[in-house]
Design a protein around this ligand. Structure first.
Ligand SMILES: C[S@@+](CC[C@H](N)C(=O)[O-])C[C@H]1O[C@@H](n2cnc3c(N)ncnc32)[C@H](O)[C@@H]1O
Length: 348
C-alpha cells in the first residue's frame, strides 16, 4: 500500500509520480526483475535521500526503482544505475528517456566494483546480494554517506538481511543496523563463487532446488554424512502448528542464526524454506515459507525439542527483532563479512 503513516512524504510522492506499469512493460524477463513497490517503500526511507544527492544503484532490473531515485534526488541530483545484464540496461535507459528523466546514467557492468570513475556518491543502494560487503562500495561513498545493501549475516544459506551502514572518514564501515529483507544473489563474474558456497547438499528438482545448508556438515567435508542428513530432511514426515506468523517469523530466523546452536541448518524442500537443527540421526525445523509450522523426523525428535526450546526462549526475551541483534564486521580480501550475535547492539 502506498503512503503508510511511517513512509516519508517525499517517498510517497515519488511512488505516486512514477508509473510502475511503464517499467513493467510486456517483457516478462524484465518483469521478473522488478522489485515490488511495497518492498521498495519499506527500504527506500532507510537511506534518507535528499534532493541534489548523487546516488549509486546496483541492480537496475526494470528501471522502476531508478526512476524513484531520480524523483527523490530531483533535477540537481544524479543517479547512476548499474546492472550486469546489458539488455536490461538498454531497456531501462530507453524507458527513462521516454519518461523524460535526464539525471540518470545507466551502465552495463558488474556492480561488485561499484561504478569506478563516477564517484563520489552520497548514497548507495543494492537490490542484489553480493557474496560479502565489497570494499569498492565503501570507497565510492563520501564519508558520512549511507549504504543500504542485502548482506549475508552468517556462513549459511538464506541468512540475508538489509544492512544500513554509515561510511567513516577512512571509507570503512561505521554504524550498522539490520532490517528485514532479501534480494537475489549477485551474478559476480569477478569472483569465484565456490569460495562462498554455503550449501552442503543440493538437488535440482522439477520445481526448483531442494538443499540443506549446514555449517556443521560443511566443515567435515563428509559427503556421505551430508547425503544421509539431506535424505532425512527431505523425508521428515512430522508437522505441528507454530503460533508465529509472517513476517515475525523472519525475526525468529535471524535470532536463531545469531545464537548459532549446534547443528544449525537451513533447508529448502519443495516449496518450503526452513531453519532448524540437524544431527546424524534427527531433524527438527521451523518452516518459514510458505506457512510457518514445525517440521521434524518425529514428534519426539530431540532436534524438534531443541527448536521448541529456542522458540520459547525467543518469546521469553520479548520476541527480539532483527534490529536488536549485534553485528560484527571482519575485514577480508576485497571487503568485509558480517556476523550476528544476540547481544544488545550499541547506539549511534
Ligand atoms: C531484484 S532485481 C532489481 C530490481 C529493480 N530494483 C527494479 O525496481 O526493477 C536485481 C537486479 O540485480 C542485477 N544483478 C545481479 N548481479 C549483478 C551484478 N553483479 N552487478 C549489477 N547488477 C546485478 C540483476 O540482473 C537484476 O536486474
Amino acid at each position: 500500500m502506498i503512503g503508510t503513516t511511517t513512509t516519508p512524504p517525499a517517498v510517497t510522492a515519488a511512488l505516486t509520480r512514477v508509473d510502475e506499469a511503464h517499467y513493467r512493460g510486456t517483457d516478462k524477463r524484465a518483469v521478473r526483475q522488478t522489485t515490488p513497490p511495497s518492498v521498495i517503500e519499506r527500504h527506500l526511507p532507510l537511506l534518507d535521500i535528499q534532493r541534489g544527492m548523487r546516488v549509486l544503484e546496483i541492480g537496475t532490473g526494470s528501471g522502476y526503482s531508478t526512476a524513484l531515485l531520480a524523483e527523490l534526488t530531483g533535477p540537481h541530483g544524479a543517479v547512476v544505475s548499474v546492472d550486469v545484464e546489458a539488455d536490461l540496461v538498454t531497456r531501462a535507459a530507453g524507458l527513462h528517456h521516454r519518461a523524460g528523466y535526464t539525471t540518470i546514467t545507466s551502465l552495463a557492468a558488474d556492480g561488485y566494483a561499484g561504478a569506478p570513475g563516477q564517484e563520489p556518491f552520497d548514497r548507495l543502494i543494492a537490490w542484489t546480494t553480493p557474496p560479502h560487503m565489497p570494499t569498492a562500495w565503501a570507497e565510492q561513498v563520501r564519508p558520512g554517506g549511507l549504504i543500504l545493501a542485502p548482506l549475508v549475516c552468517a556462513p549459511i544459506a538464506y541468512s540475508t538481511a538489509m544492512a544500513r551502514m554509515t561510511v567513516t572518514d577512512d571509507h570503512t564501515l561505521g554504524y550498522i543496523t539490520l532490517h528485514r529483507g532479501q534480494y537475489v544473489p549477485m551474478t559476480t563474474p569477478a569472483l569465484d563463487r565456490s569460495r562462498y558456497a554455503t550449501v552442503s547438499r543440493i538437488i535440482d528438482g522439477e520445481r526448483g532446488p531442494s538443499y540443506i545448508s549446514a555449517p556443521w556438515i560443511t566443515v567435515t567435508g563428509d559427503r556421505a554424512l551430508a547425503e544421509a542428513v539431506f535424505t532425512r530432511v527431505l523425508g521428515a514426515p512430522y508437522t505441528e502448528p507454530v503460533d508465529v506468523g509472517w513476517p515475525e517469523i523472519e525475526h525468529l530466523k535471524l535470532w536463531v542464526v545469531a545464537h548459532q546452536p549446534a547443528g544449525l541448518t537451513m533447508a529448502h524442500r519443495g516449496k518450503e524454506t526452513m531453519v532448524g537443527i540437524t544431527t546424524p540421526d534427527h531433524a527438527g525445523f521451523v518452516a518459514l515459507f510458505p506457512e510457518p509450522r514445525f517440521v521434524a523426523d518425529s514428534a519426539t525428535s530431540p532436534a524438534l525439542e531443541h527448536m521448541r526450546g529456542l522458540l520459547q526462549e525467543w518469546k521469553a526475551h520479548g520476541r527480539p527483532t532483527i534490529d536488536t541483534l549485534s553485528v560484527r564486521t571482519t575485514p577480508i580480501d576485497q571487503g568485509w563479512t558480517l556476523a550476528l550475535s544476540p547481544g544488545q547492539r550499541r547506539t549511534e
